[in-house]
Ligand binder design. Structure first.
Ligand code: PLP
Length: 279
């Protein structure tokens, strides 16, 4: 693979980052993952806008504008002949010269890395079969709206799910589901209303979520933004998740309890379909 590091396109074996990079030492870094389908970026504007917001919240300087950043993404798609998958971008506060908690001077050059990941998105088997999830406590920090690379808690949640024979974990705080370990969560009520947690600092403001809320309204599907409990999820007619790497995946079991008849439900499949049509 060709990867991008600080202005250069290099073979992945040749790419180097300092041991004093603050992304490595302190997770002092933000990231984005943009899906690629048919060699085209999905919702790049949305991902760029969120990256700018993450940088602003942390006082990180993104030295490239939307056009320049899109060009880097597109060159990686071409160099790696990427048809379907995603592009990962990480921006760190750079090399602080030593291990020092204090932020380095504001003119310290940030570290920007991008690489491609080829994988099935449109025809992924989980999209038609659905996934099984378990709930576990949300032990993350309180600024989940900032897309930082502090991802040990979600890694632990996924390991916990795997140990239970499940595919992923839904995180629970104060008795309510916040989101999945790397996705936003939805339940479908008996009246076909889709329920999802409102935006706040407690969850990542998903770019896929934003598109789905808009598309649902255009197609007459009602979305209600409110908190919901693991018990409501276990008893919901349908449950599903969204993210840039999955788009929409049905959830067919929560904590070992089968959802509906154990098959992906009609509202979930409709939303996945209209999302794919939008592409
Ligand atoms: N929530 C969390 C914790 C995530 O890590 C992600 C994606 O990685 C999402 C939600 C979904 O966001 P998006 O649709 O922008 O990928």
């Amino acid at each position: 693979r060709t990867v991008y590091v600080n202005g250069e396109f290099l073979p992945e074996e040749a790419a180097k980052i300092s041991v004093f990079d603050r992304g490595f030492l302190f997770a002092d870094a933000v990231y984005e993952v943009t899906a690629v389908v048919n060699g085209k970026l999905v919702d790049f504007n949305g991902h760029y806008a969120r990256l700018v917001r993450s940088c602003t919240e942390l006082g990180l300087t993104l030295r490239l504008d939307e056009h320049a950043l899109r060009d880097i993404h597109q060159r990686l798609i071409v160099e790696n002949a990427l048809q379907e998958g995603g592009i990962y971008l990480q921006l760190t506060r750079g090399n602080g010269g030593d291990r020092d908690f204090h932020y380095p001077p504001a003119d310290t050059p940030p570290t920007l890395v991008l690489f491609t990941q080829a994988r099935a998105v449109v025809d992924h088997p989980a999209a038609s079969k659905g996934i099984r999830v378990v709930t576990c406590p949300d032990i993350r920090w309180q600024r989940r709206d900032i897309k930082t690379v502090q991802l040990l808690a979600p890694c632990m949640a996924k390991a916990f799910a795997e140990a239970q024979g499940a595919d992923d974990a839904f995180l629970v705080e104060n008795g309510y589901i916040t989101e999945g370990s790397s996705c936003n969560c939805y339940i479908v009520q008996a009246d076909n209303t889709v329920v999802t947690r409102p935006l706040s600092n407690s969850i990542l403001h998903g770019i896929t979520r934003k598109a789905l809320v808009r598309l649902a309204e255009e197609h007459g599907v009602t979305i209600e933004e409110r908190l919901f409990t693991p018990e409501e999820a276990r008893n919901a007619r349908e449950v599903f998740i969204s993210s840039a790497t999955t788009f929409v995946w049905p959830v067919i079991a929560v904590d070992g309890q089968t959802i509906g008849d154990g098959k992906p439900g009609p509202v979930t499949l409709l939303l996945r379909k209209i999302y794919l049509q939008m592409l």
